[in-house]
Design a protein. Structure first.
Length: 90
């Protein structure tokens, strides 16, 4: 019985370590850098904030970056600096 435990323990420990590595890799893909969060909070419009509530931060950040790449200056000019700036301060 002890021999079986001696053989199984390293195998189970290795399987556990591999499983934790997979969990860590998934979490690192979903993580967001601090400067991305600050940029989002400073410049997001109401559509981006609604996406944040619906999809979570990774989805909202992806939407925010797509909008910025398209160069939609009409929404950045008036809405982004007024909407969140006052809400964040209070």
């Amino acid at each position: 019985m002890q021999a079986l435990a001696v053989v199984l323990f390293p195998v189970l420990l290795t399987l556990f370590a591999l499983a934790m590595e997979r969990v860590e890799s998934r979490l690192s893909r979903l993580s967001v850098r601090e400067d991305e969060v600050e940029e989002f909070l400073d410049q997001a419009d109401q559509g981006d904030v609604a996406a944040l509530a619906r999809e979570g931060f990774p989805g909202a950040l992806a939407r925010f970056h797509r909008r910025r790449r398209r160069g939609s200056t009409e929404t950045e000019g008036s809405t982004s600096h007024h909407g969140l700036g006052t809400r964040r301060a209070s």
